[in-house]
Design a protein around this ligand. Sequence first.
Ligand code: SF4
Length: 698
Amino acid sequence: RSAEPAREIASVCPYCGVGCQVGFRVRNGRIEEVVGRDGPANRGRLCVKGRFGFDFLVHPDRLTRPLIRIAGAAKDPADCLDPSRIRGKFREASWEEAMERAAAGLRAIRDGAGPNALAGFGSAKGSNEEAYLFQKLVRTGFGTNNVDHCTRLCHAASVAALLEGIGSGAVTAPFTAVRDADLIFVIGARPTENHPVAATFIKDAAARGATLVTADPRGSSLDRFATEVLRFTPGEDVALLNAMLHVILAEDLHDAAFLAARVDGIGALRTHLAAYAPEAMAERCGISAEQIRRVARLYARSPAALTLWGMGISQSIHGTDNARALIALALACGHVGRPGTGLHPLRGQNNVQGASDAGLIPMMLPDYHHTDDDDARAAMEALWGAALDPRPGLTVVEILQAAERREIRGMYIMGENPAMSDPDLAHARAALARLDHLVVQDLFLTETAVLADVVLPASAWPEKDGTVTNTNRQVQMGRTAVAPPGQARQDLAIIVDMARRLGLDWRYDHPREVFAEMAQAMPSHANITWDRLERENSVTYPCPAPDAPGEDIVFHDRFPTPDGRALLVPAGLSHPEETPDAAFPFVLTTGRELEHWHTGTMTRRAGVLDALEPSATVSLAPEELWRLGVEAGARLRVTTRRGSLECAARADPEVPEGVVFLPFAFREAAANLLTDPRLDPHGKIPGYKLCAARVEVA
Ligand code: SF4
């Protein structure tokens, strides 16, 4: 250590959507330590990722120079499995050569096959400014709306149902509103693993006397704090929630005044729910009629109930119906728009809310204006000085399916890793390999980058300035703590360079200029300025005045729909997903673990996190291991109709019998080789939480 004193740079954790404020303590150009700051979402707390997840910045695998695929070097999906196979397939290049090669390939496809033969994946790991510029580049430089990001794999179904039901896809209350809640309903979420600091606020509230109800096929450490635990059958969310609604309406426990004043659709919902008596649903959802009735009464009679949900609701091919039932439950009881009430889909990535707000989605321009809304499109055309296509673009999974059919010929992927995160990876990787031209901008030579024509070395979050928006709608300022390594460049500069080479006259030098333009494009962010964020670090949108705090609780008197009223949308029972059968008797469910972030690109290169969870495991109930005749640690083979993988067994009492859980962060046992690529028809999200599987001793 030198005598140079450590500087503390105020920023935000780049991992989950909680958005903890951090202090990067920097000495000699390196982050030595990370501490929690007093941000509105964390109050000084951090989880293990926020505390220890940053030495990936100086990992020897960091890309430090642009790479170009050597002429004739084959793109082989098998390279995703073993990076050593790419030896001799890439060469280093100057930025000028790499950018010109990258842009020339995109230009050739745009001008030859047409704009809709191109697509872009942006990233919820980048800043709002990067997300905004990336979607603007695809829309105006490529000329297509084929632009999306990982929201499609995360809460797309929740957003579809929220927009339909209450006219806004964002949360109606921050998770910290649990402090005012009498009842907290957590369904399809495991906050202790996936939103760890949010979990601490939930546990605090439960310890102070709030009633906690948890509902999930898997158990979780939150259950220890719960008054009621509903471990329902995988995939039967609608049966459970509709049965609760049936009780509430049948016993007149609903908030009739709230419904009359603010909500449409109660008549149709009442008729629809006639068939959902708890006695009729109990066997199906695996919860007794008595418990369904008890929980429904608790929820409805609670003066203030807050609902938090996660991927268990949304990552389903009927995810929109799951979310519709949940929204109807809250609306029926008037549990929206007051302190301690609300609807809160816990966002996954640190900036998935902000990237979606900024328009990094194929069917909507910034601020959620549909691409076919003539007035909104005309306003954006005037601001951007470019004609826009009114047709909505393709979504993440649809883009790779179109690439497999050779309808998409070229892609620009910034900070996403679809060769690990898409469902049915054998097809997704083959589709990426079929592209005529693939440009990947990332920190490492990811499973996706090994299939690229040009790889652009990018900057990590602590290496740049920018804003991000967390799950609570809090727009927060991130600041540069350290420099990118070698010749790696800031992502914003790369996007601007690409835009110029595609014929756009862009002149942004700093993210504050982009933020100023976003303010023009996004009235939802009125009264939030770069200078204000520099001073205050965090401002919640919507914000009524330049000196007012933003609004934590929204929709207290009207919803942002044309007539100000919400809509109850009946959700039906459907079982389009695979159900277990003789050949595939288990339910496979996938997700994250506390220590690793998404496809593991960063956290598997962070020393402490890798040491805590170094390898892939498949988790089963101890009884299932006993039936297989093996102990924890034995190698098991998991097979679905898409593929097969092997890894070590873990005995996990939180996993129900008949279910296996696989995390998706591990290249050597990539869970998405097994998952089902079919999509929810509304949110276009795949059903990562349920497909049929077979488990054998390897
Ligand atoms: Fe980072 Fe989320 Fe952990 Fe907070 S809870 S430190 S935002 S990973």
